[in-house]
Design a protein around this ligand. Sequence first.
Ligand SMILES: [Zn+2]
Ligand SMILES: [Zn+2]
Length: 77
Amino acid sequence: MMIDARGSNGQLLMEVAVVMQCFEHAKANEIKDAVAVCSNCGAALCMDHLVEEVEMIPRTNEQRRLIFCHKCRPNKR
Ligand SMILES: [Zn+2]
Ligand SMILES: [Zn+2]
């Protein structure tokens, strides 16, 4: 996530990188950068803790990707 503040002349005044930490790692008193957020509970997750699901949108041929944590992962049928 990048936040930048620009002056009225467009000059870059400040640039701050906000790095989210993995929620599951944080619970274990560890720190790891998060790469995604759970679609259900909003927990920030690293690659080790996210589950990627692809679902078809009904009545279309489109797919959408959803990221879940291990707790919110939908049960596989
Ligand atoms: Zn993690
Ligand atoms: Zn979740």
